[in-house]
Design a protein around this ligand. Structure first.
Ligand SMILES: CCCCCCCCCCCC(=O)SCCNC(=O)CCNC(=O)[C@H](O)C(C)(C)COP(=O)(O)OP(=O)(O)OC[C@H]1O[C@@H](n2cnc3c(N)ncnc32)[C@H](O)[C@@H]1OP(=O)(O)O
Length: 161
């Protein structure tokens, strides 16, 4: 891997997400990192991610925003606590409370998609992330997501085994 992504450091039991879990062999394996003060997730859709010929399926775009946002929230909490990826302290895991996607233009199937996030708000257990999805120089979609620290009630189902 040419860079460190937050998903590389999720505790193993919490790394099964279909969108971004490294333990899920069937998933997308989205990977999110800091790019200075913004967060960045890049993804190359394949032909199977088609909506109609030439354009990306909107559900994939929502998934991309979803995992980009949870990853951005984890990065923000971790940095706020004074940590950097690679530290021994476990990376906090967040869940999506709210995901609002605006599809601004049809997203062409072909270019690598770039999702760029900004931490709009960070509290004790809640982060608001505002993101844009770009295909080359075209702004195709925008998202506002609310992420909350994963509740303990999820712990019993955190691993498939
Ligand atoms: C142990 C490790 C396990 C680790 C388990 C590993 C998990 C891996 C997860 C993978 C990622 C996913 O796919 S997650 C799957 C999709 N998401 C889910 O299933 C989440 C289901 N929903 C929930 O469990 C719950 O609703 C939560 C945790 C999101 C929120 O619970 P809650 O009880 O309402 O929390 P609460 O303290 O009241 O709220 C915290 C702050 O968030 C705000 N808030 C809450 N809900 C919303 C909302 N829908 N829209 C806007 N804002 C909201 C509140 O106003 C508050 O803001 P303020 O007053 O502080 O300003």
């Amino acid at each position: 891997m040419d860079f460190l992504a937050v998903q590389d450091f999720y505790p193993e039991d919490f790394a099964w997400c279909y969108g971004c879990g490294r333990m899920n062999s069937s998933g997308h394996h989205f990977r999110t990192r800091w790019n200075e003060e913004e967060t960045l997730t890049e993804y190359q859709p394949g032909p199977e991610h088609m909506a109609i010929p030439g354009f990306v399926y909107g559900g994939l775009i929502a998934s991309l925003f979803d995992c980009h946002s949870t990853g951005s929230a984890s990065l923000a909490f971790y940095r706020q606590a004074g940590h950097a990826l690679g530290d021994e302290t476990p990376v906090p895991r967040c869940v999506t409370a709210s995901l609002k996607v605006d599809y601004l233009k049809p997203t062409p199937l072909g270019p690598t998609l770039r999702v760029i996030g900004r931490i709009a708000e960070i509290g004790r257990k809640k982060v608001v992330v505002v993101s844009e999805l770009w295909a080359k120089d075209v702004l195709c979609a925008r998202c506002e997501a609310v992420l909350v620290t994963a509740p303990a009630s999820m712990l019993q189902n955190s691993s498939p085994s």
